[in-house]
Design a protein around this ligand. Sequence first.
Ligand code: MGD
Ligand code: MGD
Ligand code: MO
Length: 733
Amino acid sequence: MNVTPAPATVDTHCPYCALQCGMGLRAVSGSGPGEEQEPGAAGVPDGPGASRVPRVPGGRGGPGVEVVERPSFPVNRGALCGKGRTAAAVLDRRVRLTEPLVRREPGGELAPAGWDEALDRIAEALARTRAAHGPDAVGVFGGGGLTNEKAYGLGKFARVVLGTSQIDYNGRFCMSSAAAAHQRAFGLDRGLPFPLEDVARTGCVVLVGSNIAETMPPALRYLRELKENGGKLVVVDPRRTRTAELADLHLAPRPGTDLALALGMLHLVVAEGHLDEAFVAARTSGWPEARAAAMAHWPEQVERITGVPLPALREAVELFCGAPSGMVLTARGPEQQSKGTDTVGAWINLCLATGRAGRPLSGYGCLTGQGNGQGGREHGQKADQLPGYRKLADPAARAHVAGVWGVHPDSLPAPGRSAYELLDALGTDIRSLLVMGSNPVVSAPRAAHITERFAALDFLAVADVVLSETAAMADVVLPVTQWAEETGTTTNLEGRVVLRRKALDPPAGVRSDLEVLNGLASRLGGREKSFPADPEEVFEELRRASAGGPADYSGISYRRIAEEDGVFWPCPDERHPGTRRLFLERFATEDGRARFVPVTHRPAAEEPDADFPLYLTTGRVVSQYQSGAQTRRVAELNAAAPGPFVELHPHLAERLGVAEGDPVAVTSRRGRAVAPARVTRDIRADTVFMPFHWPGEGRANTLTNPALDPVSRMPEFKVCAVRVEAADAPPGG
Ligand SMILES: Nc1nc2c(c(=O)[nH]1)N[C@H]1C(S)=C(S)[C@@H](COP(=O)(O)OP(=O)(O)OC[C@H]3O[C@@H](n4cnc5c(=O)[nH]c(N)nc54)[C@H](O)[C@@H]3O)O[C@H]1N2
Ligand SMILES: Nc1nc2c(c(=O)[nH]1)N[C@H]1C(S)=C(S)[C@@H](COP(=O)(O)OP(=O)(O)OC[C@H]3O[C@@H](n4cnc5c(=O)[nH]c(N)nc54)[C@H](O)[C@@H]3O)O[C@H]1N2
Ligand SMILES: [Mo]
């Protein structure tokens, strides 16, 4: 088929997850019902997660563009999930913010205001806090959905204009454990060290705590192709998800026991003679200690801890070691634990011991989550980081970046607090906060406590595209432009830097995040020249700031990205082709060897007991995104996923006297949530699951445990202890 795109189609990328699917935006005129596409039509995924998705109509108050396929982009080859296909609905004036809002009296209502008043109020409040309590009393909270240019600008704004160390972002809740483990083992953190296309050609994939069918539907194709090519798929998930249904082998461990599972597999690798001694000798360090740690985890003991039968564990080892190449891919299941870093470390050890790393079609990878989850962690909105994935604590890094910024290195603050710790300090150490690109009132662990901390602030400013639950608490809300209305780069989960292009003008009254930073910088010390509103100008500076750093973007330009379907970092100069595959010659450590880390199993911070006898785990459904701030505003997605639920096994439901659809109360040491029961055999009988996309009574994060991983400071979203009862039963017990 030979399709010539209409000239009015602008190539861009989806605003949601880390696949950054290519899509086109085509101008439409008039209104009327959206046309519907049949699943199975070209580019429309027909597997799990696909649904009949109406195209978004333009017209009265409508967005004026429709999403169309862009088959030439390699990652998704035209396929989009329901969220991507309906993304333009959030551009509609009827669901978004179109003017600044200010709360003129404490306890009063948010009321419309002009931009000057809104920016003046923010600048005055932040300056007042700084004068009264010092720069570290001003906090900044960013997001992994922000473009590279915005993330870079926000980190620079915090350090140079506000002079605060107190900046972190929601990516801490996302892939921080995998990032820390990557750094520890390989000396570099890029989610996937290879392009996704390699997944289809490896011998065996062990997919740990990732529900691709719901969270990255267009990538499911790579798993299908893997199987068509004769490769094997092992899925590790306490639930038999739509992804697990595709597996040759599904292991369903107790939540929080992946570390033991990986160690048990490593034990069997050694015991059954699968160790790749030549690889271990030539390319790694630290094996004796890691070996000793693994050998202390007897398979029978691992069976007891994980609940995975020993024969299944053995089969997993045989599938992984029997193939000529293999990959372990993790997502939030094993990572969002108070031992997430060690858990990922154990999976990396398994790859290293079997020679499944640093070789073609083999390796460990983390499936990063947010639209710019990768780039957002490279350019300085993380508490300990400077652009180019440099370390804020490293004197040479400080000197280089300070040089680019035109400031003295000593003026740069020290590393600050991690996301949960920062939110926990609101109203005490931190008196004023600027939020850009996150909705923690819904998405932070122990959310009722965090909501109280927000309420205790002297001043809160939120820049968002919609009136999120967090924005609704603010003293000033700034309405910002969305992906289709602005240009900027993101870095997808493969490390591929891609370019989103502006396809239409924003509504009057809306400004970009870069304009917000420019306006605030000008009011807080006349530094507006250092904060240009033109994204390409920011990118050019980012290139210089990243030069020579681990995530080196200096050879990447907007022009090259457009010509090459994205460019993989590191890319140190304009003639460099970019790095699609990392570590084939050497790892990024000083001696070039990958480091084994000796890790041992430990229980979750909270295990079930007599009062709270069940595990709660949390996650996602295909038709809602994150805190739901965007997707809960799209009718088609709400129809598919209207509200929260509690997934539980029929045995448990029977014991509790609960039937499908009955309201059930889930109680943890942090609070109580109520949502309808969804009874399914696809979950362990000792575990209940809740998606976290909704505020209110069914908010999953009312329950979650903010116990933090000691290295990554990741909260334990995936495991806590709860009591479950029919909601009409009296609370207590
Ligand atoms: N539709 C949709 N897509 C999204 C998002 C979204 O909100 N909605 N968010 C994006 C973002 S930011 C992210 S981070 C990714 C997340 O993508 P995923 O990590 O795939 O999503 P989750 O549903 O959080 O978790 C994956 C699986 O982990 C399992 N799990 C729970 N506890 C454990 C455990 O202890 N061990 C193991 N092995 N597995 C466990 C859950 O049952 C779940 O099926 O998705 C991205 N894509
Ligand atoms: N229980 C539980 N909780 C979890 C998780 C879990 O698995 N279980 N997962 C965690 C993970 S992995 C993540 S990533 C977090 C995500 O949690 P959040 O940070 O709350 O994520 P979003 O809902 O995407 O919030 C992004 C906000 O920014 C706005 N926005 C979008 N684009 C822009 C932009 O360009 N500029 C500005 N200024 N605003 C923008 C959106 O409208 C939205 O309000 O949730 C975490 N919370
Ligand atoms: Mo995430």
